[in-house]
Design a protein around this ligand. Structure first.
Ligand SMILES: NC(=O)c1ccc[n+]([C@@H]2O[C@H](COP(=O)([O-])OP(=O)(O)OC[C@H]3O[C@@H](n4cnc5c(N)ncnc54)[C@H](O)[C@@H]3O)[C@@H](O)[C@H]2O)c1
Length: 265
Protein backbone atom coordinates (compact mmCIF):
# COMPACT_ATOMS: atom_id res chain seq x y z
CA UNK A 1 0.00 0.00 0.00
CA UNK A 2 1.76 3.12 -1.21
CA UNK A 3 -0.06 5.60 0.97
CA UNK A 4 -2.40 5.66 3.95
CA UNK A 5 -4.34 8.89 3.40
CA UNK A 6 -8.10 8.15 3.35
CA UNK A 7 -7.53 4.44 3.83
CA UNK A 8 -9.83 2.78 6.38
CA UNK A 9 -8.32 0.65 9.15
CA UNK A 10 -10.13 -1.71 11.53
CA UNK A 11 -7.97 -2.28 14.62
CA UNK A 12 -8.88 -4.57 17.51
CA UNK A 13 -7.64 -3.88 21.02
CA UNK A 14 -7.39 -0.22 20.03
CA UNK A 15 -8.31 1.30 23.40
CA UNK A 16 -4.79 0.84 24.73
CA UNK A 17 -1.23 -0.29 24.23
CA UNK A 18 0.00 -1.38 20.81
CA UNK A 19 -3.47 -1.19 19.21
CA UNK A 20 -3.99 2.43 20.20
CA UNK A 21 -0.43 3.36 19.21
CA UNK A 22 -0.96 1.75 15.79
CA UNK A 23 -4.29 3.57 15.41
CA UNK A 24 -2.52 6.85 16.19
CA UNK A 25 0.30 6.16 13.74
CA UNK A 26 -2.15 5.32 10.94
CA UNK A 27 -4.39 8.27 11.75
CA UNK A 28 -1.38 10.64 11.70
CA UNK A 29 -0.80 9.44 8.14
CA UNK A 30 -4.41 10.28 7.22
CA UNK A 31 -6.13 6.89 7.66
CA UNK A 32 -9.62 6.64 9.14
CA UNK A 33 -9.89 4.17 12.02
CA UNK A 34 -12.55 1.84 13.41
CA UNK A 35 -11.21 1.24 16.91
CA UNK A 36 -12.60 -2.03 18.28
CA UNK A 37 -12.27 -2.83 21.98
CA UNK A 38 -14.40 -4.28 24.76
CA UNK A 39 -13.36 -1.36 26.94
CA UNK A 40 -15.73 1.55 26.40
CA UNK A 41 -13.60 4.71 26.24
CA UNK A 42 -15.88 7.62 25.25
CA UNK A 43 -12.99 9.95 24.37
CA UNK A 44 -11.25 7.37 22.14
CA UNK A 45 -12.67 8.42 18.75
CA UNK A 46 -11.94 12.12 19.32
CA UNK A 47 -8.49 11.26 20.62
CA UNK A 48 -7.65 9.26 17.50
CA UNK A 49 -9.03 11.71 14.96
CA UNK A 50 -6.30 13.89 13.53
CA UNK A 51 -4.98 15.45 10.33
CA UNK A 52 -8.39 15.27 8.71
CA UNK A 53 -8.77 11.56 9.43
CA UNK A 54 -11.82 10.37 11.35
CA UNK A 55 -12.13 7.60 13.92
CA UNK A 56 -15.07 5.72 15.43
CA UNK A 57 -14.98 3.55 18.53
CA UNK A 58 -16.81 0.23 18.30
CA UNK A 59 -17.32 -1.49 21.65
CA UNK A 60 -17.22 -5.27 21.23
CA UNK A 61 -15.74 -8.43 22.69
CA UNK A 62 -13.76 -10.03 19.85
CA UNK A 63 -14.24 -13.51 21.28
CA UNK A 64 -18.01 -13.41 20.56
CA UNK A 65 -19.38 -15.06 17.40
CA UNK A 66 -20.71 -12.63 14.77
CA UNK A 67 -18.75 -9.72 16.22
CA UNK A 68 -16.83 -9.09 12.98
CA UNK A 69 -19.98 -8.96 10.84
CA UNK A 70 -21.08 -6.05 13.04
CA UNK A 71 -17.64 -4.42 12.85
CA UNK A 72 -17.63 -4.72 9.04
CA UNK A 73 -21.14 -3.25 8.79
CA UNK A 74 -20.17 -0.36 11.06
CA UNK A 75 -17.04 0.33 9.00
CA UNK A 76 -18.95 0.22 5.71
CA UNK A 77 -21.70 2.48 7.12
CA UNK A 78 -19.18 5.02 8.39
CA UNK A 79 -16.52 4.92 5.68
CA UNK A 80 -17.78 2.79 2.77
CA UNK A 81 -14.78 0.42 2.69
CA UNK A 82 -12.11 -1.36 4.72
CA UNK A 83 -8.47 -1.33 3.58
CA UNK A 84 -6.50 -2.46 6.63
CA UNK A 85 -7.42 -5.01 9.29
CA UNK A 86 -5.22 -5.28 12.36
CA UNK A 87 -6.08 -8.29 14.54
CA UNK A 88 -4.32 -7.24 17.68
CA UNK A 89 -6.18 -8.35 20.81
CA UNK A 90 -4.21 -10.71 23.02
CA UNK A 91 -4.48 -11.65 26.69
CA UNK A 92 -2.32 -13.64 29.09
CA UNK A 93 -3.02 -16.26 31.71
CA UNK A 94 -0.55 -17.64 34.23
CA UNK A 95 0.04 -21.08 35.73
CA UNK A 96 2.04 -24.27 35.42
CA UNK A 97 1.05 -26.52 32.50
CA UNK A 98 -0.83 -28.94 34.77
CA UNK A 99 -2.70 -26.14 36.60
CA UNK A 100 -4.38 -24.17 33.82
CA UNK A 101 -7.84 -25.70 33.34
CA UNK A 102 -9.24 -26.56 29.90
CA UNK A 103 -11.94 -23.91 30.32
CA UNK A 104 -9.24 -21.25 30.68
CA UNK A 105 -7.44 -22.65 27.63
CA UNK A 106 -10.71 -22.29 25.72
CA UNK A 107 -11.15 -18.67 26.86
CA UNK A 108 -7.64 -17.76 25.69
CA UNK A 109 -8.11 -19.64 22.41
CA UNK A 110 -11.37 -17.75 21.77
CA UNK A 111 -9.89 -14.32 22.49
CA UNK A 112 -6.40 -14.67 20.98
CA UNK A 113 -6.84 -17.14 18.12
CA UNK A 114 -10.49 -17.62 17.17
CA UNK A 115 -10.92 -13.84 16.96
CA UNK A 116 -8.37 -13.84 14.14
CA UNK A 117 -10.12 -16.80 12.47
CA UNK A 118 -13.49 -15.03 12.69
CA UNK A 119 -12.01 -11.77 11.44
CA UNK A 120 -10.56 -13.60 8.43
CA UNK A 121 -13.96 -15.14 7.68
CA UNK A 122 -15.45 -11.68 7.34
CA UNK A 123 -12.63 -9.48 6.07
CA UNK A 124 -10.66 -11.71 3.68
CA UNK A 125 -13.67 -11.97 1.28
CA UNK A 126 -14.18 -8.19 1.55
CA UNK A 127 -10.54 -7.38 0.76
CA UNK A 128 -10.56 -9.92 -2.08
CA UNK A 129 -13.68 -8.33 -3.55
CA UNK A 130 -11.99 -4.89 -3.35
CA UNK A 131 -8.84 -6.30 -4.99
CA UNK A 132 -6.48 -4.74 -2.45
CA UNK A 133 -5.85 -4.31 1.26
CA UNK A 134 -3.58 -5.23 4.12
CA UNK A 135 -3.88 -7.51 7.17
CA UNK A 136 -1.69 -7.15 10.27
CA UNK A 137 -1.80 -9.96 12.83
CA UNK A 138 -0.20 -9.42 16.23
CA UNK A 139 1.66 -12.48 17.47
CA UNK A 140 4.60 -12.20 19.88
CA UNK A 141 8.18 -13.37 20.34
CA UNK A 142 6.34 -15.95 22.47
CA UNK A 143 4.95 -17.33 19.20
CA UNK A 144 8.44 -17.66 17.70
CA UNK A 145 10.26 -19.43 20.53
CA UNK A 146 9.41 -20.54 24.05
CA UNK A 147 10.95 -18.60 26.89
CA UNK A 148 8.59 -19.72 29.66
CA UNK A 149 6.39 -22.56 30.86
CA UNK A 150 4.01 -20.36 32.83
CA UNK A 151 1.83 -19.18 29.93
CA UNK A 152 1.37 -22.11 27.56
CA UNK A 153 -2.11 -21.09 26.27
CA UNK A 154 -0.78 -17.65 25.33
CA UNK A 155 2.32 -19.07 23.62
CA UNK A 156 0.28 -21.72 21.78
CA UNK A 157 -2.17 -19.15 20.40
CA UNK A 158 0.67 -16.86 19.37
CA UNK A 159 2.47 -19.73 17.60
CA UNK A 160 -0.77 -20.60 15.79
CA UNK A 161 -1.08 -16.97 14.67
CA UNK A 162 2.44 -17.18 13.16
CA UNK A 163 1.48 -20.12 10.95
CA UNK A 164 -1.98 -18.83 10.09
CA UNK A 165 -0.49 -15.48 9.08
CA UNK A 166 2.26 -17.07 6.99
CA UNK A 167 -0.40 -19.04 5.11
CA UNK A 168 -2.39 -15.85 4.55
CA UNK A 169 0.70 -14.14 3.12
CA UNK A 170 1.34 -16.96 0.67
CA UNK A 171 -2.33 -16.93 -0.36
CA UNK A 172 -3.03 -13.20 -0.43
CA UNK A 173 0.17 -11.46 -1.53
CA UNK A 174 -0.25 -12.58 -5.17
CA UNK A 175 -3.80 -11.18 -4.96
CA UNK A 176 -2.55 -7.68 -4.05
CA UNK A 177 -3.33 -8.01 -0.35
CA UNK A 178 -0.39 -7.42 1.98
CA UNK A 179 0.06 -9.38 5.20
CA UNK A 180 2.21 -8.40 8.18
CA UNK A 181 3.15 -10.61 11.12
CA UNK A 182 3.88 -8.34 14.10
CA UNK A 183 6.00 -10.11 16.72
CA UNK A 184 6.57 -7.75 19.63
CA UNK A 185 9.09 -8.32 22.36
CA UNK A 186 8.46 -6.51 25.64
CA UNK A 187 6.43 -3.30 25.21
CA UNK A 188 5.29 -1.03 28.03
CA UNK A 189 1.49 -1.59 28.04
CA UNK A 190 -1.19 -2.86 30.43
CA UNK A 191 -0.98 -6.47 29.19
CA UNK A 192 0.64 -7.79 32.37
CA UNK A 193 -1.88 -6.14 34.73
CA UNK A 194 -4.38 -8.39 36.51
CA UNK A 195 -3.41 -11.64 34.78
CA UNK A 196 -5.50 -14.60 36.02
CA UNK A 197 -3.34 -17.09 37.89
CA UNK A 198 -3.90 -20.81 38.46
CA UNK A 199 -2.33 -23.23 40.95
CA UNK A 200 0.36 -22.28 43.42
CA UNK A 201 1.75 -19.78 40.91
CA UNK A 202 4.60 -20.11 38.49
CA UNK A 203 7.69 -17.90 38.50
CA UNK A 204 7.29 -15.26 35.83
CA UNK A 205 9.83 -16.00 33.12
CA UNK A 206 10.38 -13.13 30.72
CA UNK A 207 12.31 -12.91 27.46
CA UNK A 208 16.00 -12.26 27.51
CA UNK A 209 17.92 -9.31 28.92
CA UNK A 210 18.82 -8.06 25.45
CA UNK A 211 15.11 -7.35 24.85
CA UNK A 212 14.69 -3.74 25.94
CA UNK A 213 11.25 -2.50 26.97
CA UNK A 214 9.80 -0.48 24.08
CA UNK A 215 7.33 2.39 24.08
CA UNK A 216 4.11 1.39 22.26
CA UNK A 217 4.36 4.56 20.13
CA UNK A 218 7.52 3.14 18.53
CA UNK A 219 5.68 -0.08 17.70
CA UNK A 220 2.79 1.89 16.18
CA UNK A 221 5.26 3.63 13.86
CA UNK A 222 6.77 0.27 12.88
CA UNK A 223 3.31 -1.06 12.00
CA UNK A 224 2.46 1.91 9.79
CA UNK A 225 5.81 1.69 7.98
CA UNK A 226 5.48 -2.10 7.53
CA UNK A 227 2.11 -1.63 5.82
CA UNK A 228 3.60 1.01 3.51
CA UNK A 229 6.59 -1.24 2.74
CA UNK A 230 4.41 -4.36 2.35
CA UNK A 231 6.65 -6.10 4.85
CA UNK A 232 5.69 -9.55 6.20
CA UNK A 233 7.90 -10.22 9.22
CA UNK A 234 7.94 -7.42 11.77
CA UNK A 235 9.89 -8.32 14.91
CA UNK A 236 10.17 -5.29 17.19
CA UNK A 237 13.40 -6.65 18.70
CA UNK A 238 15.92 -7.81 16.04
CA UNK A 239 17.76 -9.79 18.78
CA UNK A 240 15.09 -12.44 18.31
CA UNK A 241 16.72 -13.43 15.01
CA UNK A 242 19.91 -14.62 16.76
CA UNK A 243 17.85 -16.69 19.18
CA UNK A 244 15.90 -18.28 16.35
CA UNK A 245 19.13 -19.16 14.54
CA UNK A 246 20.54 -20.61 17.72
CA UNK A 247 17.45 -22.77 18.29
CA UNK A 248 17.29 -24.14 14.76
CA UNK A 249 21.00 -25.05 14.87
CA UNK A 250 20.74 -26.97 18.18
CA UNK A 251 17.21 -27.26 19.57
CA UNK A 252 18.20 -29.62 22.43
CA UNK A 253 20.98 -27.25 23.44
CA UNK A 254 18.55 -24.33 23.30
CA UNK A 255 16.21 -26.13 25.72
CA UNK A 256 19.11 -26.83 28.11
CA UNK A 257 20.07 -23.17 27.88
CA UNK A 258 16.48 -22.14 28.70
CA UNK A 259 16.40 -24.49 31.71
CA UNK A 260 19.61 -22.91 32.99
CA UNK A 261 18.15 -19.39 32.94
CA UNK A 262 16.99 -18.03 36.27
CA UNK A 263 13.38 -16.77 36.27
CA UNK A 264 13.10 -13.02 36.72
CA UNK A 265 11.15 -11.78 39.70
N1 LIG B 1 3.07 -5.60 25.52
C1 LIG B 1 3.90 -6.58 25.22
O1 LIG B 1 4.99 -6.70 25.83
C2 LIG B 1 3.57 -7.55 24.13
C3 LIG B 1 4.55 -8.46 23.73
C4 LIG B 1 4.25 -9.38 22.73
C5 LIG B 1 3.01 -9.37 22.14
N2 LIG B 1 2.07 -8.48 22.54
C6 LIG B 1 0.76 -8.54 21.90
O2 LIG B 1 0.35 -7.25 21.49
C7 LIG B 1 -1.09 -7.22 21.45
C8 LIG B 1 -1.56 -5.97 22.15
O3 LIG B 1 -1.19 -6.07 23.52
P1 LIG B 1 -0.85 -4.82 24.43
O4 LIG B 1 0.45 -5.11 25.04
O5 LIG B 1 -1.09 -3.57 23.71
O6 LIG B 1 -1.95 -5.07 25.58
P2 LIG B 1 -2.97 -4.10 26.30
O7 LIG B 1 -3.57 -4.97 27.37
O8 LIG B 1 -2.35 -2.82 26.69
O9 LIG B 1 -4.05 -3.81 25.17
C9 LIG B 1 -4.93 -4.80 24.73
C10 LIG B 1 -6.28 -4.18 24.41
O10 LIG B 1 -7.16 -5.25 24.04
C11 LIG B 1 -8.42 -5.06 24.67
N3 LIG B 1 -9.08 -6.36 24.82
C12 LIG B 1 -8.72 -7.38 25.63
N4 LIG B 1 -9.58 -8.41 25.48
C13 LIG B 1 -10.50 -8.02 24.56
C14 LIG B 1 -11.63 -8.64 23.98
N5 LIG B 1 -12.01 -9.89 24.34
N6 LIG B 1 -12.35 -7.97 23.06
C15 LIG B 1 -11.98 -6.70 22.69
N7 LIG B 1 -10.92 -6.06 23.20
C16 LIG B 1 -10.19 -6.71 24.13
C17 LIG B 1 -8.08 -4.39 26.00
O11 LIG B 1 -9.20 -3.67 26.53
C18 LIG B 1 -6.92 -3.48 25.62
O12 LIG B 1 -7.36 -2.18 25.24
C19 LIG B 1 -1.56 -8.52 22.10
O13 LIG B 1 -1.93 -9.44 21.09
C20 LIG B 1 -0.35 -9.02 22.82
O14 LIG B 1 -0.33 -10.42 22.95
C21 LIG B 1 2.31 -7.57 23.52
Amino acid sequence: MKELRDRVAVITGAAGGIGMASARALSRRGAHVVAVDHAATPELAADLSSHGARAVAHVADVSRPDVFEAVRDRALDEFGRVDIVMNNVGVLTNGLPEDIPAAEWQRILDINLMSVVRSNEVFVPLLLSQGEGHIVNTSSVAGLFTYSYDRTPYAATKAAIVHLTEALAIYLRPKNIGVTLLCPGPVLTNIANDIPSFGPGAPLRLPFDEFELLDPADVGEMVAEAILANRFFLPTHPAVLDLLRRRVEDWDGFIEYQISRKPKT
